[in-house]
Design a protein around this ligand. Structure first.
Ligand SMILES: Cc1cc2nc3c(=O)[nH]c(=O)nc-3n(C[C@H](O)[C@H](O)[C@H](O)COP(=O)(O)OP(=O)(O)OC[C@H]3O[C@@H](n4cnc5c(N)ncnc54)[C@H](O)[C@@H]3O)c2cc1C
Length: 574
C-alpha cells in the first residue's frame, strides 16, 4: 500500500504562485491544512532567477487604464480584458503587501518606490530590487509562508499524477525523491503552480526544472492547454548558454547594435516607433533575427550562430553598479566581457510560455477542485505576447485568487470516497516502479530530448513556416512512439535523477505536442506567433484562443472566444 497523507488543499509548486496561493489559503481560513509539494526546495524554484522587476502602477503620471491598455495591446488583443482589468487593479495592492512582508524594493531619493521602464509599457511602472527581484520576492514569500504552521512541505517530491475521481480532483501521486516511494497526498482541492516549460526548446533562459510538468498533468486528465503556440523569445540572452541579460538593461537606457555599430531599432522600421529598444519582446526578437538574416549579425565560429550587441557603455560604471550589478557579474563570468567597457553579445532566446492550463479568472479548470496559477496556467492575461514584468505580478495576483477560490470551493464540497483515489495512486506507484531502470527498446533520454529540442526549434522558433510546423507535428508523434522504447540504466531508489529525467521528458513531449498543433492551426501572424506564409493578423478568422486536448490516438484542436471589453482590436503599432 502507498503511504497516504490527508490535507484540505494540496498545492503543487513552491515558486511565487504556489507560495502566494498557500498564504492566501491560510489567511482565508486559519488552521486549514495545506500540503505544499515541490520537486525542488522552494527557494530553488525558477522565480528566484527573475532579474528585472514586477509591474504595477505606482507613479502619479500612471493610471490603471494605461497599464490595462498596454497589456491588451502587448497581447495583440488576445488577452481577456476582464482578466487584465482585475490584474491591474490588484497589482499595486499585491506589491505593497509584499513590501509589508519585507520585500526590499529599491527606492527613489525621496523614499518612494523606484520604478524602471520595461518594454511595451508607456511609463516607468516596473518595481525592482536592484536586479535580483525574483530572489527577493521569493525569499519574502517563503519567509512569510513559514508564519503559517498549517503549511506542511513536501520538498523534493515529484508529482507524477493528479488523482481525479467522479469529475473532481482530490489529490496527487508524488514520488519522494529521497526514498523512491510514491505517496498519495490527498486534499479536497489541488492548485497547480508548477511554472513553465522552456526546456522543451534547446536555447532557453529557463532552469533545468522547467519541464512543463503541471501542464502535462492537467492535459493527460483531459483539461485543455490554451494558447500554447505563443512562446516568448526574449531578445537578449547570452549566446551559447542562454543566460538572461535582463530587459532592465534597456529600461536603464541600453542600446542594441548590429555588426556595423548601427542602432538598428532607431534607423530601420521594425514597428517599434520611438520606443526603440523599449518595444515589446516579440518585435525586438524579430528585428534581431532580421538583422542577422540581412548579413548584419556578428559572427562567431561554431554552432552558436550569429548575434547582436547590447551596449551599456554610455550608462557608466556608477549607474551599472547601482541598478544592474548582476548583469555585469553575469557578463564577466559567462561572456568574458565587462559591460562598462565592452558591448555584450546577445541573441533571442526562449524565455516564457504565454499558454498553459486553461483556467477561468478564478484559476478554476474544467475539473472540479483543480486550480492553476502562475506560468503553468493560462488565465489569459498575456494573450499572444507577455509584457516583461507582468509575470511576477501575475503569480501574486492569480496565485492569491486561486487560493481564495479553492477555499470557497472546499467549503461547499462533500468530498468523496478515498478508495478510487488510492487505487489510482497504487497503479501509479506500479507504473513508476516499472519505469525505474526499465530495459526497453534501446532509446536513450538524451537522444530523445535532443530530437525534441531540435524539432521544436525548427518548427516553432521565432519564425514559423507552415511546412516546418506540419513536419514538427509528425515528428513529435513519432517521438511519442520512441518514448515507449526508452531504456534506463539506474535501478536505484535514493535520489534517482534518471527516472526524474524520464518523467520530465514525457511531460515535455506532451507539452511539445500541444504547442505544435496549436501553432499549425493559427494561419496568421499575431504577437509571438510569426508566420512568413501568413504575415498579417487576421481578426476575422483567428481572434480566438486555441485549445488543445489530449487524446490517446493524438491531440484534438478546439477554440474559445476572447473576452473583449473597452478596447476593440486595432493595428498594433508603437
Ligand atoms: C531568467 C528569468 C528571468 C525572469 N525575469 C522576470 C522578471 O524580471 N519579471 C517577470 O515578471 N518575470 C520574469 N521571468 C518570468 C517569471 O520569473 C516566471 O514566469 C515566474 O517566476 C514563474 O513562477 P511560478 O510560481 O509560476 O513557477 P516557478 O517559479 O517556476 O516554480 C515552479 C514550482 O513548481 C514545482 N514543480 C514543478 N513541477 C513539479 C512536479 N512535477 N512536482 C512537484 N513540484 C513541481 C517546482 O519545484 C517549483 O517549486 C523570468 C524568468 C526567467 C527564466
Amino acid at each position: 500500500m502507498v503511504d497516504v497523507t490527508r490535507h484540505d488543499v494540496v498545492i503543487v509548486g513552491g515558486g511565487a504562485a504556489g507560495l502566494r496561493a498557500a498564504i492566501a489559503v491560510s489567511e482565508a481560513r486559519p488552521g486549514i491544512s495545506i500540503a505544499l509539494v515541490s520537486k525542488v526546495y522552494p527557494m530553488r524554484s525558477h522565480t528566484v532567477s527573475a532579474e528585472g522587476g514586477a509591474a504595477a502602477v505606482a507613479r502619479s503620471d500612471d493610471t490603471l487604464e494605461m497599464h490595462a491598455y498596454d497589456t491588451v495591446k502587448g497581447s495583440d488583443f488576445l488577452g481577456d480584458q476582464d482578466v487584465i482589468q482585475y490584474f491591474v487593479e490588484e497589482a499595486p495592492k499585491e506589491l505593497t503587501r509584499l513590501e509589508h512582508w519585507g520585500c526590499p524594493w529599491s527606492r527613489n531619493d525621496d523614499g518612494t518606490v523606484a520604478t524602471r521602464a520595461f518594454g511595451g509599457m508607456t511609463t516607468k511602472r516596473t518595481w525592482f530590487a536592484t536586479d535580483k527581484v525574483g530572489f527577493h520576492m521569493l525569499h519574502t514569500l517563503f519567509q512569510t509562508s513559514m508564519k503559517y504552521g498549517d503549511i506542511e512541505r513536501y520538498d523534493e517530491h515529484f508529482v507524477t499524477k493528479l488523482l481525479v475521481d467522479g469529475g473532481a480532483c482530490r489529490g496527487v501521486a508524488a514520488l519522494d525523491m529521497r526514498t523512491g516511494q510514491v505517496k498519495a497526498v490527498l486534499g479536497k482541492a489541488v492548485i497547480l503552480a508548477t511554472g513553465g516549460g522552456g526546456k522543451v526548446w534547446p536555447f532557453t533562459t529557463n532552469g533545468n526544472i522547467k519541464t512543463g510538468d503541471g501542464m502535462a498533468l492537467a492535459y493527460r486528465e483531459g483539461i485543455a492547454l490554451k494558447d500554447m503556440e505563443f512562446v516568448q523569445y526574449h531578445p537578449t540572452g547570452l549566446p551559447g548558454t542562454g543566460i538572461l541579460i535582463t530587459e532592465a538593461t534597456r529600461g536603464e537606457g541600453g542600446y542594441l547594435l548590429n555588426s556595423e555599430g548601427e542602432r538598428f531599432l532607431t534607423t530601420r522600421d521594425y514597428g517599434v516607433g520611438t520606443k526603440a529598444e523599449l518595444g515589446p519582446r516579440d518585435m525586438i526578437s524579430r528585428a534581431i533575427m532580421q538583422e542577422i538574416a540581412a548579413g548584419r549579425g556578428i559572427k562567431i565560429p561554431g554552432k552558436i550562430g550569429e548575434y547582436a550587441h547590447l551596449d551599456l557603455r554610455h550608462l557608466g560604471e556608477e549607474k551599472i553598479m547601482a541598478r544592474i550589478p548582476f548583469v555585469r557579474e553575469l557578463s564577466r563570468t559567462y561572456a568574458n566581457v565587462d559591460p562598462v567597457h565592452e558591448p555584450i553579445p546577445i541573441r533571442p532566446v526562449l524565455h516564457y510560455m504565454m499558454g498553459g492550463v486553461d483556467t477561468d479568472i478564478d484559476g478554476a479548470t474544467e475539473i472540479d477542485g483543480l486550480y492553476a496559477a502562475g506560468e503553468t496556467a493560462c488565465v489569459s492575461l498575456n494573450g499572444a505576447n507577455r509584457l516583461g514584468s507582468n509575470s511576477l505580478t501575475e503569480c501574486l495576483v492569480f496565485g492569491a485568487r486561486a487560493g481564495a477560490h479553492a477555499v470557497q470551493y472546499i467549503a461547499g464540497s462533500s468530498g468523496g470516497e478515498e478508495g478510487p483515489l488510492l487505487r489510482q495512486a497504487e497503479d501509479e506507484a506500479g507504473r513508476v516502479e516499472a519505469l525505474r531502470g526499465q530495459q526497453g527498446g534501446g532509446e536513450k533520454i538524451t537522444k530523445l530530448r535532443e530530437s525534441m529540442n531540435d524539432i521544436m526549434e525548427r518548427g516553432t522558433g521565432v519564425y514559423r513556416e507552415q511546412a516546418s510546423m506540419a513536419k514538427a507535428n509528425t515528428e513529435i508523434a513519432e517521438l511519442k512512439g520512441r518514448y515507449e522504447q526508452l531504456s534506463l540504466d539506474d535501478p536505484s531508489k535514493v535520489f534517482n535523477t534518471e527516472i526524474i529525467a524520464a518523467l520530465e521528458l514525457r511531460n515535455m513531449i506532451d507539452v511539445a505536442e500541444s504547442v505544435a498543433l496549436a501553432a499549425l492551426h493559427r494561419k496568421e501572424s499575431r504577437g509571438a506567433h510569426a508566420c512568413p506564409d501568413f504575415p498579417t493578423r487576421n481578426d476575422g478568422e483567428y481572434l480566438h484562443h486555441s485549445l488543445v486536448y489530449y487524446g490517446p490516438t493524438g491531440p484534438r484542436f478546439d477554440k474559445k472566444d476572447v473576452t473583449l471589453g473597452v478596447w476593440e482590436p486595432e493595428e498594433r503599432k508603437y
